[in-house]
Design a protein around this ligand. Structure first.
Ligand code: SIN
Length: 276
């Protein structure tokens, strides 16, 4: 079951999608964390972020809309409060990072790379819920190149570029990320969506995840796999159980990440690993 994606070793090809599993430790009572192929953290930024105002999470038919806005306590807090405990868990650790500008991405990567116990950095160029950085960069091939090459220079850890589906041609962005130094691609982040809040004259605009986006995820993974036959891909987007996971491998993913399903059944990730 063990795999190696560029420089990232995983004891099995299953991780969790960033933002759906806290910083891992929150799930420790429910999930034997050492059984995961890797723990992937919620996004870490250089400074603490409060996130977006409410409402910012709503269940919809076949999915979940979120507009969290990268809430987290910042990289120093992560290093002091999470990293020491995460290091003790005998599996790989992927830390997802973001910034409002390229310098902030580089700073977080540089700070993290000064610490042991991190297996790879996932560069979030795809969150649709912030006005600066993330998807603003990930929709544009030139900006994608700039941010990935900046992070590449700032740290020597394996780099994963997390791609947005909200683009005309994802293969152009994938190529730009790889040319700039990404070792691995993860895809897809959420699909931009506006949903009406039942009983209120209000809507929520954010990113849609869950089964509703599985066909899009499979299609885009297949497109990238066809254009870039050798790049390792971590596939995600609506994996609810073992059968979905197998579909992602058929579409060309080398590993998979379970996201929204964690909110329905936190143990599903272990069930998927057992089934594989
Ligand atoms: C968020 O915090 O808004 C979601 C994270 C993401 O979409 O990458």
């Amino acid at each position: 079951m063990g795999i190696r994606l560029a420089g990232l070793e995983m004891k099995n090809p299953v991780t969790v999608a960033s933002g759906t599993f806290g910083f891992g430790l929150e799930f420790a009572e429910l999930v034997p964390l050492e059984k995961l192929g890797a723990i992937t953290t919620k996004t870490v930024t250089i400074k603490p972020r409060k996130g977006n105002p409410q409402p910012r999470l709503m269940e919809v038919e076949n999915g979940l809309v979120n507009s969290i806005g990268l809430q987290n306590n910042g990289v120093e807090y992560f290093i002091e409060n999470y990293l020491p405990k995460l290091k003790e868990i005998k599996t790989s650790l992927i830390v997802n990072i973001a910034g409002e500008n390229i310098e902030e991405y580089e700073q977080v990567a540089r700070v993290l790379s000064g610490h042991s116990g991190i297996s790879a950095i996932e560069v979030n160029i795809s969150c649709p819920n912030v006005k600066k950085g993330c998807m603003v960069f990930g929709k544009d091939p030139a900006m994608t190149k700039e941010v990935i090459s900046g992070v590449r220079k700032a740290c020597r850890l394996p780099l994963i570029a997390k791609l947005t589906p909200n683009v005309e041609d994802i293969t152009v962005i994938a190529k730009a990320a790889v040319e700039a130094g990404a070792d691995i691609l993860s895809m897809i982040n959420t699909v931009q969506h506006t949903a009406a809040i039942p009983g209120k004259k209000q809507t929520i605009t954010g990113g849609l995840s869950g089964p509703a986006i599985k066909p899009t995820a499979l299609k885009l993974i297949k497109q990238v796999r066809t254009k870039l036959p050798d790049i390792p891909i971590i596939g995600m987007g609506g994996i609810m159980g073992p059968d979905d996971a197998k579909e992602f491998f058929s579409a060309g993913a080398n590993a998979i990440a379970v996201g929204t399903a964690n909110f329905v059944n936190p143990k599903i990730v272990i069930e998927i690993i057992k089934s594989l």
